[in-house]
Structure formats: structure tokens, C-alpha cells
Design a protein around this ligand. Structure first.
Ligand code: FES
Length: 382
């Protein structure tokens, strides 16, 4: 029953139409806003892609360069990010359209000022292009900051132990800057492995925050004030705080070695967070060439795909704008539908959900062809 027999309820109901009319009459006849604060905030945090221009290139270490980008988007900013995250850079290189992830080496505060830095080491097709051919004034497309390689006070201990190898120091450079600017609040002990001092991207003089302890470990040069050798359990125990979470970024070989050293110290693998590395070519002798048919909206393309390269690499080489972000199989941004064909995925990069396996979805960034294939790929709006 809508009303009980309370006369007050009945009276309120009878007055409802009049009250509503009065509210409508008193409302100003101004048009509704075209945009709302919450939509603006969402656009600022998730702009999709950000056009940017190279404003400086600085040589750091051996075969490494720090590329400084300025946002040329409408709001002249980059979205806010957590120190440790990565962005993708995309551009046309000759007849290919290439996208690669790079850890951000600048601070979150600088992103608000429209500046973003990545530190690139010469290795692979796109990084070599950036080191050898990119110049000031070139325009690149920057993807949204991504990844979960950052300090989270709900998940991590207050003391972070960072293990960095070579250019794996870059996400920690961002964390160091973020701590110096008080954008983050934790204690950071960085074990930074390099071959010689010439290979260093940062040195002791670059660290100013009392919350950061840097330990540089040189494997091929003995220098006073620097540790010598590898990041062993024995070396770690000299500097480790009492309780801590571990973050690692570097080559796969380093992950394997340092993980086993932590194991000896009784550190659970769940306390170790490691950044995913981009997937390279598969080791196949005399790789066969297959036909890859790609559906993108209402277009169909046919490209050549080698047995030792990922489907994403084949599409990029052919100049197709296929979506990609982490290039390690973990983020799902390249999620595409398999129509037909046989393929291989290394189990270390198998992050697909059960539903993807059941209904035939693949991540082209980590899928190698083993026959002719046909796939349906969402377009990448850059
Ligand atoms: S780009 Fe992240 S899963 Fe393929």
C-alpha cells in the first residue's frame, strides 16, 4: 500500500505537483554546463595519448640518453603518475609504426609542469632509433602512464629495497626525485649494479634525499667508495633494513640471480616485485614465414609474420597501428580475437584469463605464429 491513512501523508501527496511546479519556475533558464568537473578530471587523468615534442637529449652513461619531452596537448600537461610507472612512446620509423614502453625517469611533479623524461639504452629497433636518429623538435605520441611498479603504502613495507641493473635504474630515478620533492613518503635503499663507472646513469652525487641510500656495485672495476662484484646475499645483508619490500628492475639474468640470493636470506617471493621486460624474438633456427590476416574495424590487411617474431612485431613492421602498452603480455591492452591459426606463448608471459583461453583471445605482443593466422585487432587511436 502506498500510503497508510495518515492525513499528513495524503496532504503531502496532494501538494507534490504544486511544489514541483514552483521548483521549476524558480530554476534559472541558463543552459546546462557543457562539461562537468568530474569529466575534466577524468580526461586529465586518462587522456588516452598525449602528443609531445623532444626538447632536449642528454648522453648519460654508456650508450644511454635521457630524452626530455614537453607536452603539446591542449592542457600542456602529462597525466599524474606514480613514480616507478612507465609510458609508451610511438612514432613512425621508416615504413613501420612502432610503440615501446619506457620507465619514466622524471618526477610526478614535473608531469604537472608538462615535462616527462625517459632514459633509453641502445638495444632493439626503436631504442636504437631514439639513440641514433631522434632529435630535438621531433614529435612523439606518449601513452598514458601504466604499470604497478610503484610504492603502495597498503601493500608495501615502509622500507623499499630496490635492485637495479643497467638501465633498470630508471624507475628508481623517478622514485628518488619523488622522495626529494616529498611527493612520496618511504625509505629507499637502492642497490645499483653496473659494469664500470662509465656505465653509470646516476652516481652518488645525484642523490640528495636523506630517505635514499644508494649502494653502487661495479662488477668490472674496483673503485674506492663503490662495492665490487655482484649483488649477493652477503652484500645485501650489509645494508638491508630490518623489514622491507623488494622492487627489482633489470635484465632477466639479474632477476634469477638476485631472487635466489634473497631466497637464501629467507625472503618470500611474494615480497619481491619485479618489473616486466619487453618480449623479444623467439629463438628459432631458420624461422618460417607465415601469412597473418588482420581485421581492424572494417579493414582487412595481410602481412608477413616470421615464426620467431611476435604478431605485434609483424603488424608494426607492416605499418599497422596495433595497440600495445607493456609488451610483456601482462596488461591486456593488445587483447585481440583469434579467428584461426596455431601459435606459441612462452608460459612466463602467459597472463591471459581463463575466459580468454576458452573464447579464443590472444595478446599479440607475446604470441608467435606457428601457422598462417587470422586475428581481429582493435584499432589504436593515435
Ligand atoms: S601490450 Fe600489454 S598485454 Fe600486450
Amino acid at each position: 500500500m502506498l500510503f497508510n491513512k495518515n492525513p499528513d501523508d495524503i496532504k503531502k501527496f496532494m501538494e507534490m505537483a504544486n511544489d514541483r511546479r514552483k521548483i521549476i519556475e524558480e530554476t534559472p533558464a541558463t543552459p546546462l554546463p557543457k562539461t562537468y568537473a568530474v569529466n575534466e578530471l577524468s580526461k586529465a587523468l586518462h587522456p588516452g595519448v598525449i602528443p609531445a615534442k623532444i626538447v632536449s637529449i642528454e648522453e648519460v652513461g654508456n650508450n644511454c640518453k635521457t630524452i626530455r619531452l614537453k607536452s603539446i596537448s591542449e592542457n600542456k600537461r602529462f597525466p599524474y603518475f606514480k613514480a616507478g610507472q612507465f609510458v609508451t612512446l610511438s612514432t613512425n620509423v621508416d615504413s613501420s609504426f612502432v610503440t615501446r614502453p619506457y620507465s619514466i625517469s622524471s618526477s610526478p611533479k614535473e608531469a604537472m609542469e608538462g615535462i616527462l623524461e625517459v632514459t633509453v639504452q641502445k638495444a632493439g629497433f626503436f631504442s636504437t632509433y631514439l639513440i641514433e636518429r631522434a632529435k630535438i623538435g621531433d614529435e612523439l605520441v606518449v601513452g598514458e602512464p601504466s604499470g604497478d611498479f610503484y610504492y603502495d603504502n597498503l601493500r608495501d613495507k615502509k622500507n623499499i629495497v630496490a635492485i637495479a641493473g643497467g638501465s633498470g635504474i630508471t624507475p628508481f630515478m623517478s622514485m628518488i626525485k619523488s622522495l626529494e620533492e616529498n611527493s612520496d613518503d618511504f625509505n629507499l635503499t637502492v642497490f645499483y649494479g653496473a659494469r664500470t663507472r662509465k656505465d653509470l646513469i646516476i652516481d652518488y652525487k645525484d642523490v640528495k634525499s636523506s630517505k635514499v641510500k644508494l649502494v653502487i656495485v661495479l662488477s668490472e672495476e674496483k673503485v674506492e667508495g663503490y662495492e665490487y662484484g655482484f649483488i649477493t646475499g652477503e652484500l645485501l645483508t650489509k645494508y638491508l633494513p630490518e623489514t622491507y619490500s623488494v622492487f627489482m628492475c633489470g635484465p632477466d639474468g639479474m632477476y634469477k640471480f638476485v631472487r635466489s640470493e634473497f631466497e637464501k636470506l629467507g625472503v618470500s617471493k611474494y615480497a619481491i616485485r619485479q618489473e616486466h621486460n619487453s618480449i623479444g624474438n623467439r629463438n628459432v633456427e631458420n624461422p618460417r614465414e607465415f601469412k597473418l590476416t588482420v581485421h581492424m574495424r572494417d579493414q582487412v590487411y595481410t602481412v608477413a609474420a616470421l615464426e620467431n617474431e611476435t604478431l605485434l612485431a609483424a603488424m608494426e613492421r607492416a605499418g599497422l597501428k596495433a595497440p600495445s602498452r607493456c609488451k610483456s603480455g601482462s596488461c591486456g591492452f593488445c587483447h585481440s580475437r583469434l579467428i584461426s591459426g596455431k601459435y606459441y606463448v612462452n608460459k612466463e608471459h602467459e597472463y591471459r584469463r581463463q575466459a580468454d583461453l576458452k573464447f579464443g583471445y590472444i595478446h599479440p605482443c607475446c604470441t608467435y605464429p606457428e601457422s598462417d593466422m587470422e586475428i581481429d585487432v582493435p584499432p589504436f587511436n593515435v
